[in-house]
Design a protein around this ligand. Sequence first.
Ligand code: ADP
Ligand code: MG
Length: 143
Amino acid sequence: MSRVEQITASPEGTQDLAKDFASGLRRGDVVALSGDLGSGKTTFVQGLAEGLGVKGNVVSPTFKLVNEFSGKVPLYHIDFYRIQSTREILVIGLEHYLFGDGVTVIEWADLYPDIIPKGTIRVCFEVISQNERWIVVDREGDR
Ligand code: ADP
Ligand code: MG
């Protein structure tokens, strides 16, 4: 396990952190985001997308379960928040994304922990104050 912790002081700070983080990602990586509503998960994905060279507006997938973006590496943005059951997730063919050729990032990943593959990079968000977020990145193995 390796852990990196950082406090950001603005949404832009969180996006910059995510941009840096994106440079260390490879095809097939899965990134699980957890933390309360408004803790910065979607903001982080916006920076991640920028870092992966993705063009397009990153907002939480609300009506669809997955938003797909093409960049240097494809980005699959998933949000478990409105999901009612594991079955609903499997029906969309989640494995196609998780074991595919892009980077998969999942908001509210901890709502369905059984679905998250081994080796997933975990990023946890905590609100410290109005503009401060505590962001913890945990990786398995020596990456
Ligand atoms: P989530 O996806 O976790 O619900 P969002 O990224 O959609 O959270 O929203 C985070 C909110 O908090 C935004 O309104 C953003 O402007 C605000 N914010 C304030 N400070 C920060 C920070 N340091 N990092 C990320 N977001 C921040
Ligand atoms: Mg969100």
